[in-house]
Ligand binder design. Structure first.
Ligand SMILES: Cc1cc2nc3c(=O)[nH]c(=O)nc-3n(C[C@H](O)[C@H](O)[C@H](O)COP(=O)(O)O)c2cc1C
Length: 111
């Protein structure tokens, strides 16, 4: 299976987990690539095969800075994304009121 793992990160946790996921998926025989969200457009995302979104939440329930452009583009998009097979792996901290909000938002945009 071809899997694109895209990460949104502020301090590197999501990127580390994305790379760890790629190692494990590769060992299982899948073709997995890791891409910085900053380098991914909605159009590319549509054709990215199976998608694994790994993102933290920052600020007050906001996406990390490298995820902002894709976050906004997906939010504004009228593309039909119903054919995209995806999963979201959201990092966060329950200390914050908007727990894992960026991950929840990506899930809602892709759904
Ligand atoms: C300033 C700051 C704001 C944060 N805001 C949120 C938040 O609103 N919701 C949440 O669930 N986690 C929040 N977190 C927790 C981060 O999402 C968590 O530490 C995560 O592991 C960071 O991953 P990253 O290194 O990939 O960015 C915040 C952390 C910091 C330091």
């Amino acid at each position: 299976m071809e899997i694109s793992i895209i990460y949104g990160t502020e301090t590197g946790n999501s990127e580390s987990l994305a790379r760890e996921a790629r190692e494990k998926l590769t060992k299982l025989g899948h073709q997995a690539t890791v891409v910085d969200m900053e380098d991914m457009t909605v159009e590319q995302l549509k054709n990215a095969g199976t998608l694994l979104v790994v993102t933290s939440t920052w600020g007050d329930g906001e996406p990390p800075s490298n995820a902002e452009a894709l976050y906004q583009a997906l939010k504004d998009s009228s593309e039909d994304l119903s054919t995209v097979n995806y999963a979201v792996f959201a990092l966060g901290d329950e200390f914050y009121e908007n727990f894992c909000q960026a991950g929840k938002d990506f899930d809602a945009f892709l759904e």
